[in-house]
Design a protein around this ligand. Structure first.
Ligand SMILES: Nc1nc2c(ncn2[C@@H]2O[C@H](COP(=O)(O)OP(=O)(O)OP(=O)(O)O)[C@@H](O)[C@H]2O)c(=O)[nH]1
Ligand SMILES: [Mg+2]
Length: 302
């Protein structure tokens, strides 16, 4: 039996649906998803099988014009993911079409192509009429020599089987890279921190989600089979701490409950989750915060 295996990088503007597609392909939630831009901060690998092929999807942070050190490190991680992949899939939002951000990505793609196949996935087709899709497909293919174009709904699953089948036969021959039953390779403490950050991002408004980070401080396996997980939410200002806690602590309680439920389901055992909020005005400039997120601090240098 000839097996195939390799890396498929999903790239695109923030909110394109990269994490949703990763989860759809894996068949489990390995990467957090929100309606807000810049949710994913580092490369997240999710593993899927198709016939004799093992596809390692590399979900990446969205590509945008970075301002802060964190933004630069995120964008560098995204392009790094693309550069290391066997196949690249550029995801575009059907209803937004060719934005200025997409133009910038297309220009840069030419530079990193180096003989690799780059496919186009027009996502969120559930939001537009089919005429829009035809002209968008033409316009994009006029601008870049995509190996193939797919029209998908990452959320609803439309077109995802065809994309997966195509990707599976594009990967190089070789042994599988992960054990058959492995679906992600992020350490559990990071997955748990991401779950909490997702719940915070869903509940907090405006800039606050971009000004906090979550770290798992300790993870204790208990004799009764449960786990005790302690996490710290770093915020930049006292005022932010108050907002994260909420009136009588109701925000943090709701976040904690939602994150605990998700973690319990993921681990299939009881979890005791403890969240603490700390004010750390300069966390965006601390290298340890970046290594905890899975980012390279130096990538953020101007
Ligand atoms: N209608 C519709 N919404 C979708 C589809 N795919 C993703 N979404 C929504 O689009 C939003 C962004 O999805 P994500 O998967 O977080 O996008 P992303 O590209 O990972 O975003 P960043 O991590 O910020 O770069 C979420 O609200 C998703 O539910 C789709 O096929 N149709
Ligand atoms: Mg994402």
């Amino acid at each position: 039996m000839t097996t195939r295996a390799g890396f498929v990088a999903l790239i695109g503007e923030p909110n394109a649906g990269k994490s949703t597609l990763t989860n759809q392909m894996v068949g489990a939630k390995v990467s957090i998803v929100t309606h807000k831009v810049q949710t994913t901060r580092t490369r997240i690998r999710g593993v899927a099988l198709e016939g004799d092929s093992q596809l390692v999807f590399v979900d990446t942070p969205g590509l945008f014009r970075p301002r802060r050190r964190l933004d630069r490190a995120m964008v560098a991680a995204a392009w790094g993911g693309a550069a290391d992949a066997d196949v690249i899939v550029l995801m575009i939002e059907a209803h937004r079409g060719i934005t200025e951000g997409v133009e910038v990505i297309l220009e840069r793609l030419e530079q990193i192509e180096s003989g690799r196949k780059i496919a186009l996935a027009i996502n969120k087709i559930d939001r537009v009429k089919s005429e829009v899709l035809l002209s968008l497909t033409k316009d994009l293919n006029d601008r870049f020599p995509f190996a193939e174009t797919f029209m998908i709904s990452a959320e609803k699953g439309h077109g995802c089987n065809m994309l997966r089948q195509w990707l599976a036969q594009e990967l190089p021959e070789g042994p599988w890279l992960y054990p058959e039953d492995q679906i992600a390779d992020l350490p559990m403490r990071m997955i748990a921190a991401e779950m909490t950050r997702e719940k915070l991002t869903l509940r907090l408004h405006q800039e606050l989600p971009y000004q906090l980070t979550v770290e798992t401080e300790s993870w204790e396996e208990r004799k009764d089979g449960s786990a005790r997980v302690d996490q710290i939410i770093y915020v930049m200002r006292d005022g932010h701490k108050g907002i994260v806690l909420g009136n009588k602590g109701e925000t943090i309680k709701a976040v904690s409950k939602a994150a605990r439920e998700e973690l319990t389901e993921f681990l299939d055992r009881k979890v005791h989750l403890f969240l603490q909020v700390k004010v750390r005005p300069n966390w965006l400039e601390e290298s340890e915060r970046y290594s905890e997120m899975g980012l390279d601090f130096k990538d953020g240098n101007v």
